[in-house]
Design a binder for this molecule. Structure first.
Ligand SMILES: NC(=O)c1ccc[n+]([C@@H]2O[C@H](COP(=O)([O-])OP(=O)(O)OC[C@H]3O[C@@H](n4cnc5c(N)ncnc54)[C@H](O)[C@@H]3O)[C@@H](O)[C@H]2O)c1
Ligand SMILES: [Zn+2]
Length: 362
């Protein structure tokens, strides 16, 4: 098992990463002195697979969790489900010492985290991420949110958990498409922050796709360490945390243009990364060879490098809209070279549009 500490002063916390470490959850919860209600927030699929094991480790320590089941996927991140979970906590007389544990992917984590951040102005939170994306990305860093019907993640805040326990053995039941989503975020981390990670993703592809325990533990720990470093330097996302947005400017626009159907988040940012790498090339940073290498890696993980059913102009319009809503300058995060990211202010519209043109079509 590896431990990565997210250094945030009084809000610092450990992320435990290892194969078959779920049985340690009970002991860890006990050591934090949980005396109030312990609520395990999860979705039916994950409850069916790992609910008993998670409950069992808590029961072993004399802690009886209340299991709160919420709908799967984005359907968990609605104001209605938020109110329902808050109502359940109120009904259980949960006080300020309550502990909320998310057991599931990024959707459960975001909802449970937002409940923990707001219920009585904040109660204890722990994450047990069960998707690769949640283990390498969403469970670390404290961003929590629910969706407005017209805008994803609009209602949210930054609220750090007390700890994160990432058991890579839980990934063995993950559908391949979900594995791909996590891989897209890993490729993003490598391309922006760590050339060696990118090389490992290339050389260890077969082991990783086979969900080999030792390889996974290593790669998840590396990604968490990288993310922890970025978060420690910019917890509230006003500066360097933007480096984690590679692929996301164009990727989010692709998600919106396709109405969040057809392409998963990971798939949309995979195409986004290809397009933004082409912007980097147009700006004189990445070489054609590097762009091709990145594209090859993305394809090797079964992720798309093209998007169909949308027009380049519609994607461009959505980016411009996003920029207006955020009322700031238009910034795009991209690798200057593989392994070293930068943030570009107001890139040329022509460079971006022509890069988007290259990824639209079959
Ligand atoms: N907070 C952050 O910093 C941050 C970062 C990135 C993404 N996100 C958010 O994360 C969400 C996406 O998270 P996700 O990709 O984990 O999706 P998800 O939570 O919807 O999980 C994907 C699917 O996998 C299933 N599943 C989960 N664990 C499983 C397992 N071990 N075995 C089998 N099936 C399993 C789930 O039931 C679900 O159907 C989005 O809402 C996104 O906005 C947040
Ligand atoms: Zn992402």
């Amino acid at each position: 098992m590896q431990t990565v500490v997210v250094n945030l002063g009084v809000r610092s916390y450990p992320v435990y990463i290892g194969h078959e470490i779920l049985p340690r959850l009970g002991g860890l919860v006990k050591s934090t002195g949980a005396e109030d209600i312990v609520a395990l927030v999860t979705v039916p699929v994950v409850r069916g697979l790992y609910g008993k094991a998670a409950e069992g480790t808590l029961l072993k320590e004399g802690i009886k969790p209340e299991v709160l089941e919420v709908p799967d996927g984005e359907a968990a991140k609605t104001p209605e489900v938020f109110m329902e979970v808050v109502g359940r906590l109120l009904g259980l007389n949960a006080g300020r010492g309550a502990l909320i544990i998310s057991l599931g992917g990024g959707c459960v984590g975001d909802l449970a985290g937002f409940v923990a951040a707001t219920y009585m102005r904040g109660v204890n939170l722990m994450h047990v991420p069960t998707t690769l994306l949640a283990q390498v990305d969403s469970s670390v860093g404290g961003k929590v949110a629910i969706n407005h019907p017209n805008a994803k993640n609009l209602i949210g805040t930054v609220y750090q958990p007390r700890l994160v326990l990432a058991d890579t053995a839980l990934l063995k039941t993950l559908p391949p498409r979900e594995v791909g989503c996590g891989m897209a975020e890993l490729i993003k981390c490598g391309a922006m922050l760590d050339y060696r990670l990118l090389e490992s993703l290339e050389s260890d592809r077969d082991d990783l796709l086979r969900l080999d325990g030792a390889r996974l533990e290593e790669i998840v720990s590396t990604a968490v360490r990288l993310k922890a470093g970025v978060v420690a330097g910019d917890e509230l996302d006003y500066g360097s945390r933007m480096l984690l947005n590679f692929g996301h400017t164009i990727g989010h626009a692709i998600e919106a243009a396709t109405a969040y159907e057809g392409y998963s988040h990971g798939e949309a940012i995979a195409v986004g990364m290809v397009a933004e790498a082409k912007v980097s090339r147009a700006l004189g940073f990445m070489s054609e060879k590097e762009v091709e290498r990145l594209e090859g890696l993305i394809s090797a993980y079964g992720l798309p490098v093209h998007v169909s059913g949308v027009t380049p102009e519609s994607i461009m319009q959505l980016i411009a809209h996003d920029k207006k809503v955020k009322s700031g300058r238009w910034r795009i995060s991209l690798p200057k070279r593989l392994g070293e990211g930068t943030v570009i202010e107001d890139p040329s519209r022509e460079a971006v549009l022509s890069a988007i043109r290259e990824v639209v079509g079959d």
